[in-house]
Design a protein around this ligand. Structure first.
Ligand code: COA
Length: 194
């Protein structure tokens, strides 16, 4: 199977959501899900992107364009989640140069894919959208494209993102190292071999 196979295929999946490759028209809703999922380091939140620098709509358009590894999950009501991943060669081109975690991962031996953002709107949580739909589609495509390593980051402190940690553990990601970033945040850098 070639990367992008899901572009023309909509697969019925868990939680009533279906997964497909993101289109540039999805940039606005993706951005709003990212903003809604953002939390501050002192919020005590149980999950969320910790002070993630959400790009503007144009930034998401750039990340989506010609990217076979950017997915959305949608229900009849519209997009309910997304997963953005980037092949090693594209990380530097996508405005991720200021992202300390992406830059750390960009030094890993190639080839690899970096799974950057995974978010589901809260009313769809715990229904298998993240794993059953988005991650499954991605890992199938990544493996079919010949990739054998996927990297991802999970907040460990001061926000302990238990949902993301469990999700990674259940899906076979292993914590490879912890890094300090953004003056006081600690992230686990997780690797999955596929
Ligand atoms: C993390 C997130 C994407 C999970 O989405 P989801 O669709 O609810 O996840 P799934 O239903 O597919 O659950 C998959 C696994 O994740 C783990 N998990 C998900 N939510 C959890 C929670 N609230 N507490 C503990 N574990 C949780 C479980 O291991 C679960 O498997 P199980 O149902 O067999 O126990 C969602 O909570 C979210 O959008 N959080 C905000 C953004 C974020 O933090 N993203 C991760 C950044 S790395």
């Amino acid at each position: 199977m070639q990367p992008g196979f899901a572009r023309h295929r909509i697969v019925p999946e868990n939680g009533g959501a279906r997964v497909r490759i993101a289109k540039v028209d999805d940039a606005r809703i993706i951005r709003s899900i990212s903003i809604a999922s953002n939390v501050t380091r002192d919020s005590g939140a149980k999950t969320g992107f910790v002070e993630y620098e959400t790009p503007g709509e144009d930034g998401y358009v750039e990340r989506i364009k010609d990217n076979p590894f950017f997915y959305v999950a949608e229900s009849e009501k519209g997009v309910v989640g997304f997963l953005s991943c980037f092949a090693d060669t594209t990380i530097h081109k996508l405005g991720l140069d200021r992202d300390e975690i992406a830059m750390h991962v960009s030094k890993k031996p190639i080839p690899f894919i970096y799974a950057d953002q995974l978010a589901v709107i809260d009313i769809f949580w715990k229904r298998g959208v993240a794993v059953g739909s988005l991650m499954s589609a991605f890992l199938g495509d990544a493996s079919a494209a010949g990739y054998r390593e996927v990297w991802a980051a999970v907040s460990h402190s001061p926000i302990r993102n238990l949902a993301a940690r469990n999700l990674c553990a259940n899906f076979g990601f292993r914590c490879h190292e912890e890094i300090h970033a953004y003056k006081g945040l600690v992230f686990g850098i997780y690797k999955k071999e596929i």
